[in-house]
Design a protein around this ligand. Structure first.
Ligand code: FMN
Length: 398
C-alpha cells in the first residue's frame, strides 16, 4: 500500500503516486507504451517500451509518442498537486525529428519542490477521463463548451479545430469509416489489433492492457447478442465477423458524433507529436470535466497503403495544408459514462532506487488529494486489487 509521507511513507512513494496518475494517460489500443527509470535524486526518465509498440498499426511510433505526451501532461498536473514543479526536457539526447533511439529517454523530468506552485483544476479528472466508444445521443454540444475545449491547449506550435456542422460531420464520418476498413484490410494489422482488443469477451480473464467488450460499449444482453455469431461460427469465419462488427460500430460512432475535433502540428517531429499528446490530454480532461464524451478515431491519420487518398480528403475538409500533420482526430458527444480501462501497475513500468531518494521529499506534507489516496472508494480498491493481484495476466510480457 502507498502511504503518504506524513504517515511514514517513503519519498519514492510520492514519485510513485505521481506516476500512478501519469499512467492513467490514453494510449493507442491501451498499449501503455512507456517505461520509466526513477533516477537519483528526484528525476524520472521516460522511455518508449519496445515490447509495447505497435509495429503494424503504428509503424512510425507516432501514436506512441503522442501518448507519451499525454503521460507527461498527467505527470505535470499530478506533480503540481503534490507541490512539485516538473522540469521537463524532451529528447535530451537526440535531435528533433531524428529516429528514436529506444535506449535513450524520450524525456527527462526533474521534480523540484515549489511551495508556490499553482495547482491545476484538471487534476480531479485524471482518473475519471476515459475514452467512450458508445453511440452518442442527439444532444448538441453548447458553443461555450466547444470554446472551453479550444482554450484548453497550452502547447506552442499546435493548432486545434472543432466543427459541429452536419454536412461536415457526415463527410468526415464517411472518410473515417472508410479508413477503418482500409486499416483492417491487412491481416497483420488486424491481428495486431485483435491482440489488444479482446472480443468476444473471455470470462474470468482480466487484462491489464488493451480493452474488451465493456470498453467498446457492448456489454449485457446487447453485447451477448452481438457476439453470438462470433461464438457459434467456425474459427475460420470469426475474424471476418469481428471485422464486420467493428466496422458497424465505427459507422454508428461517427454517425452519432455531435462534433469532431482535431489537433495538428506544422511539423511532425517527435517534439511535435509529444506536444500534440499534451494538448490532446488537456482537451480530453476538459471535455470530461464538462460531461462531454470523447473518442479518438485515428486510423485515417496513418500512412497505411491505400490510406493516402482518404487522408488527403480529410486534410482538405479540415482546411489544413498538406505540409502540416494531423496528430489527433476525435468525435465528441454525450453518452453514459464509459467503461474504465485497465492499467499495468506502476512497478511494472519502473526501475528505481528508493534508497537513494532525497530526504527533502519526505519532509514535505502531501496535499489533501494525495493524502486521500489510501482509500479512494471502490474504483480505487478494484484497481489496487488488479495492480497488486497475485498473478495478473500478462498478454504482452516484458
Ligand atoms: C494516439 C492515440 C490514438 C488513439 N486512437 C484511437 C482510435 O482510433 N479509436 C479508439 O477507439 N480509441 C483510440 N484511442 C484511445 C485509446 O484506445 C485509449 O486511450 C486506451 O484504450 C486507454 O483507454 P482510456 O482512454 O479510456 O484511458 C487512441 C489514443 C491515443 C493516445
Amino acid at each position: 500500500m502507498i502511504l503518504p509521507s506524513d504517515q511514514g511513507g517513503r519519498s519514492g512513494d510520492i514519485r510513485r503516486q505521481i506516476l500512478w496518475y501519469a499512467i492513467m494517460a490514453p494510449s493507442p489500443l491501451n498499449t501503455q507504451p512507456w517505461s520509466v527509470l526513477c533516477r537519483d535524486p528526484c528525476g524520472i526518465d521516460l522511455y518508449l517500451e519496445k515490447k509495447r509498440l505497435l509495429s503494424h498499426m503504428d509503424p512510425a511510433s507516432r501514436q506512441a509518442c503522442v501518448s507519451c505526451g499525454a503521460f507527461i501532461e498527467n505527470l505535470d498536473i499530478a506533480a503540481r498537486e503534490a507541490g512539485f514543479m516538473a522540469e521537463i526536457s524532451l529528447l535530451p539526447s537526440s535531435l528533433p525529428g531524428a529516429d528514436i533511439d529506444l535506449g535513450q529517454p524520450l524525456a527527462r523530468i526533474e521534480l523540484m519542490p515549489d511551495p508556490g506552485i499553482v495547482t491545476d483544476p484538471l487534476f480531479s479528472w485524471l482518473e475519471k477521463r476515459h475514452t467512450n466508444r458508445s453511440v452518442f445521443t442527439n444532444d448538441p454540444i453548447p458553443a461555450e463548451i466547444i470554446s472551453s475545449l479550444a482554450d484548453a491547449a497550452n502547447q506552442p506550435f499546435t493548432t486545434l479545430g472543432f466543427s459541429a456542422d452536419p454536412s461536415f460531420r457526415q463527410e468526415l464520418g464517411g472518410h473515417i469509416t472508410n479508413a477503418v476498413e482500409v486499416a483492417f484490410s491487412a491481416p497483420d494489422r488486424f491481428s495486431e489489433f485483435l491482440s489488444y482488443v479482446r472480443i468476444p469477451p473471455i470470462s474470468g480473464y482480466q487484462y491489464p492492457d488493451g480493452y474488451g467488450a465493456r470498453e467498446i460499449g457492448l456489454h449485457g444482453v446487447r453485447g451477448w447478442l452481438s457476439f453470438l455469431p462470433l461464438r457459434i461460427s467456425p474459427a475460420g469465419r470469426r475474424n471476418g465477423l469481428a471485422r464486420e462488427l467493428l466496422l458497424r460500430l465505427a459507422r454508428k460512432g461517427t454517425e452519432s458524433a455531435a462534433a469532431f475535433g482535431w489537433i495538428a502540428t506544422k511539423g511532425n517531429s517527435r517534439h511535435d507529436q509529444i506536444r500534440a499528446g499534451r494538448t490532446y490530454e488537456r482537451v480530453h480532461l476538459t471535455a470530461a470535466s464538462a460531461g462531454v464524451s470523447l473518442q479518438p478515431m485515428t486510423c485515417v491519420l496513418e500512412s497505411y497503403p491505400g490510406m493516402d487518398d482518404h487522408y488527403r480528403r480529410v486534410l482538405d475538409l479540415l482546411g489544413i495544408p498538406d505540409t502540416h500533420t494531423v496528430q489527433m482526430l476525435f468525435r465528441l458527444g454525450y453518452s453514459p459514462s464509459p467503461a474504465q480501462s485497465r492499467r499495468w501497475a506502476v512497478q511494472d513500468f519502473s526501475g528505481d532506487d528508493e534508497a537513494a531518494a532525497p530526504q527533502w521529499i519526505t519532509l514535505l506534507t502531501l496535499p489533501a488529494a494525495f493524502r486521500g489516496q489510501q482509500d479512494r472508494g471502490p474504483l480505487h480498491r478494484a484497481r489496487a486489487e488488479l495492480y497488486t493481484g497475485e498473478s495478473p495476466v500478462r498478454s504482452h510480457p516484458r
